[in-house]
Design a protein around this ligand. Structure first.
Ligand code: AMP
Length: 181
């Protein structure tokens, strides 16, 4: 399946959740068996030889393909969650959003120094959440950290926010305002 075909199946919701945002609704892919398989298989091919031992999925849309990919790679899955959702001892990191600050958390025993980690989310926009996730994962001193997104909105220049040594990759790079359907 071509990227053009995938893009045709992606629903765009104007002005959601607030005016001015062009929301890329990845659930329109997740509900379509062919699209979901295409995304999972393509990412598997891309990462199968990288020695990945843990996939960290960012709540909540990053859980879907993150968990599928972890299983296909023979890696473990680690959830990165909003505050107060994880039951065990945690590490957390605060990061700046457009208005104010936010926080994400992960279990303190989820990564070790032998791990090779892939941080996954559905979409990279400003990179606030996912760059904070990579900084948090690096506190565990794993052997390597990579970051992957199904969609990258290039107009936000988010790659600048990540630690220099994090390898970043996306399946589909586009401008938020590109006409997709
Ligand atoms: P970010 O600005 O990169 O921190 O985005 C945080 C989260 O918001 C991402 O994980 C996406 O799931 C979601 N998000 C941000 N902008 C969009 C958008 N235009 N369409 C769909 N999801 C978005």
């Amino acid at each position: 399946m071509s990227k053009e075909t995938l893009l045709k199946h992606l629903r765009n919701i104007p002005d959601y959740p607030m005016a001015g945002v062009q929301f890329k609704d990845v659930t329109s892919w997740f509900m379509n068996p062919d699209d979901l398989r295409e995304i999972a298989d393509t990412l598997y091919e891309r990462y199968k030889d990288k020695g990945i031992t843990k996939v960290c999925g960012i709540e909540s849309r990053g859980f879907v393909v993150g968990a599928i990919l972890a299983e296909k790679l023979g890696a473990g899955f680690v959830p990165i969650r909003k505050p107060g959702k994880l039951p065990y001892e945690k590490v957390s990191i605060e990061y700046r959003k457009e208005y104010g600050f936010d926080r994400i958390e992960m279990h303190k025993d989820s990564i070790n120094e032998r791990d090779i980690v892939l941080v996954h989310d559905d979409l990279l926009a400003t990179g606030g959440t996912s760059s904070a996730a990579c900084h948090m994962v690096k506190q565990f001193n794993p052997r390597k950290v990579m970051a992957n997104f199904i969609i990258e909105l290039t107009n936000f220049n988010a790659r600048e926010r990540f630690p220099m040594d994090v390898e970043i990759d996306s399946l589909i790079a586009m401008d938020e305002l590109d006409n997709i359907n």
